[in-house]
Design a protein around this ligand. Structure first.
Ligand code: TNX
Length: 770
């Protein structure tokens, strides 16, 4: 498997490679005092320090199983991060000069704990197993990783979470992750004190949970043929599912990490994979023979309302309840467009029988029936905010994704709710505008943006506010083809969610960023493919006579928080170090040079190394990342199937309007234009919106790349005909073309005129030169 965005990014113009191994110095001293994420509620400094080494022992009172479990967890983490095994001993076994104690006492809140660090002794006290566990997590974070001994400043930490729901949603339908990956995710969630894994197991593109009673759900529903451009050979089938044994194993592991898994079986929409397996579930009167979908977006297929379908769903949920002991069961409810229900004679007949007069009320009926089943089995229903309709059961939980409004409306009407708003906590957005980001939604959701999300709405009364259970970020995986990419999209943004969900309302971005450096050490030790975007380097190249001018900068969110962050670089092919040249102003370098750069804070390298070889194309050739998009329809970062001359960076494209602007080009000499393009499958369900996409305005059979000035409907300077899509799957370089000379500098618009929606064309790079 390819490494996601940590992979090499190679362009003809530049070869960018993110070195996977990089040397880091120590984190700043102040951050090491209490570099805990999420920030504890209260820290009281003490006198002296606790000295620890391989001679330190962990002690638990005899018979306290929860204390022993937390102690064992700490010992295990410590072994993994520092390579030393601290024995877990019974309390009074032997006096120790350096002892860590876990003690269970009454009087603490459900997840609360207290940690006393004193010379010779550290003590974790809590009432619950979770509290003891979180005490262990905090204690572990006080230890710098990789060391064999050290001292922790004396202090008392008194801590408890702000919210009881601190979640991440993992979409295993759009792309499948291995059981090992899911366990690994639960493992790192635990050391962020994240306690809910909402597991999105079914959707139009795949049913991922083995159900014994309905084997076709996985033998058929777990597999799809991925989309390809028209005429291309069909790709190999894609899919996978979790066996019930695997699920039980994951659930057991999650319990040991105090993570509750909330499974989601989406209904009545997002049901195409199930309907592909069992067409009788469909709302179409003529039962369809549907494939498992290979498209993204909102699909039209809904479950019908026959008693046999409810029986099917209840049988499925019966097995789900056996597997998942969670209080909460998520039944989706989102994006159920009612066209099929409105068009179906059978559904309409049912509606008349039930005396229900509109389709929205039918969904309410649907939700209520399922919620009653879950209530009868002692569980609470969770659904996306579309379930919030009159008559919703009082104990149902509303998960708000249409911004935060749904959660607040739910709280006002007395339903518990979870904030999982789009876009604020939607981790399918890229986290910076740097070309190193993997595919995803184009709008940037930076670490700082996530950190700045505030769940509290001051308009709520105290009683209403208690209905806000917490926060959750969602990892929708349409564009996360690999596990490494899921990790990149999740980390470190999950650390910000942890802090929003656990810590008090006051937050400081510079302080968080400082503490994150210690967390990043942990990510590295555990070999997690976390994003270092916040420390990334923006580069720009321009031509100056025979030389290339290289301009570099850190992102504003880093400059504001860490004014001492600096870019260091080399031009001799060596790795940059804390002693390398400090970047202070644009560099003029010769064609053929190689530049390597990284961000440093003090002596510590905080970004991966970025590297580019500058050649004749540098500063002339621009990739889709260096151009502007013409509009803001649905911006995505997409990855064509084939290798390209611009390397692996995904292409920035607005699927509603594949059109780019190259700003400020000198057209005085009638320059040559050359471009490389890629054909992508157009696999989006857009409903009515598809009609808004301009197609059919092509003049040659496969369409052309139009070159215009004075706006995208302005004067046409030329049109580069496209090859058949199948060839462009391997990237097509369009023949060079000389533009007419027009005086002055112009914004050049590049847009695709095409015969049909599929394929979608994307501009890989364009070069306008003499
Ligand atoms: C909307 S959020 C969806 C998902 C998509 C997501 C992409 C929600 C309840 N539905 O099906 O994956 O947007 O960002």
């Amino acid at each position: 498997m390819r490494r996601g965005a940590g992979a090499a990014v190679v362009t003809a113009a530049l070869s960018l490679s993110l070195a996977l191994a990089f040397v880091f110095g120590a984190a700043p001293a102040s951050a090491q005092q209490t570099a805990v994420i999420p920030l504890p509620a209260k820290i009281v400094p003490g006198n002296g320090a606790f000295a620890w080494s391989a001679a330190t022992v962990i002690q638990v009172p005899r018979g306290q199983r929860d204390a022993k479990a937390a102690a064992g967890y700490l010992s295990d983490l410590w072994k993994r991060s520092n390579g030393i095994t601290l024995p877990v001993l019974s309390y009074y076994a032997r006096p120790a000069a350096s002892a860590i104690r876990f003690e269970q006492h009454p009087g603490y809140g459900p997840e609360a704990y207290r940690l006393d660090v004193a010379p010779h002794r550290m003590t974790v006290s809590a009432s619950s197993a979770a509290g003891l566990f979180y005490g262990a997590v905090t204690l572990w974070q006080l230890l710098p990783v990789g060391r064999k001994s050290g001292a922790i400043p004396a202090q008392t930490i008194i801590d408890q979470p702000r919210y009881s729901w601190r979640g991440l949603m993992l979409d295993s339908s759009r792309h499948f992750q291995s059981p090992a990956f899911v366990r690994r995710m639960i493992d790192w969630m635990a050391w962020h004190k994240l306690n809910i894994l909402h597991w999105h197991l079914t959707d139009d593109q795949g049913w991922r949970l083995e159900i014994h009673k309905y084997p076709r759900l996985t033998s058929v529903g777990a597999w799809r043929i991925p989309a390809a451009v028209p005429g291309a050979a069909a790709p190999a089938r894609y899919g996978g599912f979790y066996t019930q044994d695997e699920v039980r194993d994951i659930v057991r592991f999650a319990a040991s990490r105090h993570v509750q898994i909330v499974p989601e079986i989406d209904m009545p929409g997002h049901a195409q994979a199930a309907i592909a397996a069992y067409p009788e579930l469909s709302s179409l009167d003529a039962k369809p023979n549907l494939p498992v979908s290979n498209k993204w977006g909102v699909h039209s297929h809904l479950f019908n309302l026959e008693p046999s379908t409810f029986e099917f769903i209840e049988n499925v949920l019966g097995e789900v309840l056996q597997l998942f002991p969670s209080h909460f069961i998520h039944i989706g409810g989102d994006e159920a467009v009612k066209d099929e229900w409105n068009a179906s004679a059978a559904v309409q007949a049912r509606a008349r029988e039930l005396d229900i007069h509109d389709a929205a009320a039918l969904q309410t009926y649907f939700t209520q029936k399922i919620a009653q089943y879950l209530t009868a089995h002692g569980r609470r229903t969770v659904g996306w905010d579309e379930i919030m309709q009159p008559g919703l059961a009082a104990d149902a939980v509303v998960m708000s994704w249409h911004g935060a409004a749904g959660a607040h409306a739910a709280a006002i009407r007395g339903n518990d709710s979870v904030l999982a708003p789009d876009p604020a906590l939607y981790f399918d957005h890229r986290q910076s505008s740097l070309p190193a980001e993997p595919p995803g939604r184009l709008d940037v959701l930076s670490l700082e943006d996530v950190y700045g999300f505030e769940p509290h709405d001051p308009r709520l009364t105290d009683a209403q506010r208690r209905h806000i259970l917490g926060v959750q970020a969602n990892l929708w995986t349409e564009h996360m083809q690999t596990e490494q990419r899921v990790e990149w999209m999740a980390l470190p943004r999950a650390a910000a969610v942890a802090e929003i969900g656990w810590s008090a309302q006051t937050r400081s971005w510079p302080d968080f960023l400082e503490r994150l450096s210690s967390m990043s050490d942990r990510y590295r030790i555990f070999d997690l493919n976390y994003a270092d975007s916040v420390y990334g380097i923006q580069q720009r190249f321009t031509r100056a006579a025979d030389a290339i001018v290289v301009t570099m900068s850190n992102l504003p969110e880093l400059r504001d928080a860490a004014p001492d962050a600096a870019i260091r670089y080399t031009l001799d092919g060596r790795e940059p170090t804390a002693a390398s040249a400090l970047y202070a102003q644009p560099l003029e370098v010769a064609v053929g040079s190689e530049i390597r750069a990284a961000t440093f804070i003090g002596r510590a390298q905080v970004s991966r190394t970025w590297n580019a070889r500058l050649d004749a194309h540098t500063g002339v050739r621009r990739t889709s990342h260096e151009l502007d998009l013409c509009g803001d329809g649905v911006g995505l970062l997409l990855e064509p199937r084939a290798a390209r001359t611009s390397g692996d960076a995904p292409l920035a494209v607005d699927i509603m309007n594949p059109c780019w602007i190259y700003r400020d080009v000198d057209l005085g000499q009638g320059p040559q234009i050359a471009a490389a393009v890629s054909a992508l499958p157009f696999n989006y369900e857009l409903g009515q919106d598809a009609a808004k996409i301009r197609v059919g305005d092509n003049k040659t059979p496969a369409g052309e790349l139009e070159v215009r000035v004075d706006g995208c409907d302005g004067r046409m300077l030329g049109a580069l005909p496209l090859p058949p899509a199948v060839r462009a799957e391997i990237q097509a370089k369009l023949p060079a073309y000389r533009l007419p000379a027009i005086a002055g500098r112009h914004d050049v618009c590049l847009r695709f005129a095409r015969p049909s929606l599929d394929p979608l064309w994307a501009l890989d790079w364009v070069e306008i030169g003499t």
